[in-house]
Design a protein around this ligand. Structure first.
Ligand SMILES: [Fe+2]
Ligand SMILES: [Fe+2]
Length: 306
């Protein structure tokens, strides 16, 4: 059995709520959902309604998931036996299951890019090498600190995607549904790695320094990598080449101008550096209301594809 398949096989978690570790708030118990999306390969370079440049930007993000989610899974798993609280242990297992599903679906999605002549495999390999190097060169706690920093990013991006449906509306529906599923589950499990860190490593000034340093390092690496991946993807794509500078400006506007979905993340991103930060301080659990409907639609779409 492959490593991915064993992640997939191990989990069972039900949709219940668990105690918030250090406040009177309540957090969500994540649930692994074994969904398939099968987005159409012939739309890989123009599935986003905002055009080919935004499509390649989202594709570049997708290229980071297989290696990134492997790091998240390994980091949480390396502490799982030390988790004192049974609910958090169950949440950690569901976290591993969810990330394994995401990874499986993004591997399939990324393969569509290779089939279309985009340099996906090369960029994916770069990410694996970089993250393996980080894992080898840092103490055991660092990959988990990096995971909670990057999970803050995935939760913020998920929040944007769900809060502003116009960000994806009108895109090819299988791609849109897959991104919405990923966004929903990133919000659902956004505090799991964080809580594992606090329960197993600690919650004090030293931990604040480590998680803040990990966020600084993650940010310093993440955006240049995303920019470089986007650049390489857009250079390889005929529609982006045709769109020229105007295409890049369109993406800049999408990310940083108006609507500026990345720009809008900045205040919540900054909240990470507060000493008292916890992912559920931004209580956006209301965004999860569409989960059941999405699961139903995804299952129905998959059944018609077959
Ligand atoms: Fe994920
Ligand atoms: Fe995640």
């Amino acid at each position: 059995m492959s490593k991915n398949a064993s992640d997939i096989a191990e989990h069972t978690a039900s949709a219940t709520q668990r105690e918030f570790p250090h406040s009177d708030n309540v957090a969500v118990m994540p649930e692994r959902r074994d969904l398939h999306f099968l987005p159409p390969g012939d739309r890989i370079s123009d599935w986003h309604q905002a055009g080919p440049n935004v499509t390649q930007f989202m594709n570049a993000l997708s290229l980071l998931f297989p290696a990134g989610e492997r790091m998240f899974i390994d980091a949480v798993r390396s502490y799982r036996d030390e988790i004192p609280d049974p609910d958090l242990k169950k949440a950690a297992t569901a976290f591993i299951g969810q990330e394994a599903m995401h990874s499986r679906e993004h591997i399939e999605y990324n393969a569509l890019m290779d089939a279309a002549g985009l340099p996906a495999a090369k960029l994916d390999q770069f990410t694996w090498r970089l993250l393996d190097w980080i894992k080898a060169k840092t103490p055991k706690s660092f990959p988990l600190a990096a995971t909670i920093a990057l999970e803050h990013y995935t939760a913020l991006m998920g929040d944007m995607l769900l809060r502003y449906p116009e960000m994806m509306n009108g895109s090819q529906e299988d791609f849109e549904r897959m991104w919405r599923w990923h966004a929903l589950e990133e919000i659902e499990h956004k505090a799991v790695a964080y809580d594992v860190y606090e329960k197993c490593i600690g919650r004090g000034p030293r931990n604040w320094v480590e998680r803040s340093a990990a966020m600084a390092a993650a940010t310093a690496l993440f955006w240049p990598i995303v920019a470089s991946f986007y650049w390489q993807m857009s250079r390889a794509d005929e529609k982006c080449r045709k769109a020229g500078v105007r295409g890049h400006l369109k993406l800049l506007n999408f990310a940083l101008g108006k609507p500026g979905y990345i720009r809008r993340m900045v205040p919540e991103w900054l909240s990470y550096f507060q000493y008292s930060f916890h992912p559920w301080q931004q209580n956006n659990a209301d965004l999860l209301a569409e989960l059941d409907e999405l699961v139903e639609n995804a299952e129905a779409a998959y059944a018609t594809h077959h």
